[in-house]
Design a binder for this molecule. Structure first.
Ligand SMILES: [Zn+2]
Ligand SMILES: [Zn+2]
Length: 368
């Protein structure tokens, strides 16, 4: 794989360029390298695509942030990948209006599919292998995607002579240019089918359900999509398949709440435990762990279990489990307990001011 140039370098702007500056840079370069202006110039074509790809990322605040953080490594992540020539033209058309499409010749790529998968809290944390059933269009087995009845084959389109393209002169943002569009007769395919395959009625594809085994990475969250390359719909007339994107619905945990890579657990502590200290067993996403509650623990204090949180989806480094102490004040006292509290009360009187509140504790825990 070729080494990718830095997107900022591609657009010739600084790393702190404003959205306006990015837009301007893209506009200028896309015009300069547009294939209509540089016919049969492979290098200009590549530059046109490169400029489009750079702007597709840097022009989108979220993708830009990710790019700034991870660089091109972020490309492997879902919804950044797969920038094609078609995408470059789509972007250009979006920018300048007009919908001046390049002819789509040859077999087309199939559509991407999106699927929601429901997983358990533990599967989201530790990853899993799941078998899913994907309803999708597959290449027709009878005609191998050609759309022509078995024993026959598609014929050359008489209107475009098989090129799939028709040319005509039009006025555009560049002045007079020759506009190449898809042949209307064969819709850019260059071939027509006169005797269609009965199984797929000439479409070259049939509906089917495919059973797939997919790997769910450890640390997925509901805002993450996982791309399964090549498992989308088959392309029309034997074209390459699209991709499958998986999104997740994660079932809640009975006692743990996830905040990014950290897990929060509310730890109930009795008054004597808080005052005298104790060692308490708490549930964790793995199984359970021991937490030492020091003597004199205030309500709201956060006790951290290092490395017991959720792994980062890329680095695998685990966050922490934060146990937030809840001192449970007894609501009903037996006669004996009441006497003990009364004795305590007559000696202690009013408490001194609590030095730290809940948010101070949480802040300390997140900092340390
Ligand atoms: Zn044609
Ligand atoms: Zn068929």
């Amino acid at each position: 794989m070729a080494v990718k140039r830095d997107y900022y370098e591609v657009l010739g702007v600084s790393r702190d360029a404003s959205p306006e500056e990015l837009k301007k840079a893209y506009r200028r370069l896309a015009m300069q390298y547009h294939p209509d202006r540089n016919p049969n110039d492979k290098q200009a074509e590549e530059r046109f695509k490169e400029v489009g790809e750079a702007y597709a990322v840097l022009g989108d605040a979220q993708k830009r942030q990710r790019y700034d953080a991870f660089g091109h490594a972020g490309d492997g992540m879902p919804d950044l990948g797969g920038f094609s020539f078609e995408s470059a033209f789509d972007l250009f058309d979006m920018f300048f209006g007009g919908g001046r499409r390049r002819a789509r010749t040859g077999p087309q790529r199939g559509s991407d599919l999106r699927m929601n998968v429901e997983i358990t809290f533990k599967e989201a944390v530790f990853g899993a292998t799941r078998t899913i059933e994907v309803p999708r269009a597959e290449t027709c087995p009878d005609c191998s995607g050609s759309g022509a009845a078995p024993g026959t084959s598609p014929e050359q389109c008489p209107q475009c002579g098989g090129s799939g393209q028709v040319r005509r002169s039009v006025n555009s943002v560049f002045g007079q240019v020759v506009n190449v569009t898809a042949c209307p007769r064969c819709r850019g395919e260059g071939r027509i089918v006169s005797d269609p395959c009965p199984r797929c009625r000439g479409h070259g594809r049939v509906e089917s359900r495919k059973t797939l085994e997919v790997q769910i990475p450890a640390g997925v969250d509901e805002d993450v999509q996982v791309r399964v390359a090549g498992e989308g719909e088959a392309g029309p007339r034997g074209g390459p398949p699209g991709d499958l994107y998986l999104a997740f619905r994660i079932q809640p945990h009975p006692t743990l709440v996830r905040r990014g890579q950290d897990l929060i657990y509310e730890l109930p502590v009795s008054v004597p435990q808080a005052v005298l200290g104790d060692r308490i067993t708490v549930p964790t996403v793995d199984s359970e762990a021991q937490v030492d509650v020091p003597a004199g623990t205030q309500d709201g204090r956060v006790l951290k279990l290092n490395g017991m949180g959720v792994p980062h989806i890329r680095s695998g480094r685990r966050g922490d489990q934060l146990c937030v102490v809840r001192v449970v004040i007894p609501a009903h006292l037996t006669g004996e307990h009441r006497k003990l509290y009364e004795q305590l009360g007559s000696r202690d009187g009013r408490p001194a001011d609590v030095r730290k509140g809940f948010f101070d504790h949480l802040r300390d825990a997140l900092r340390g």
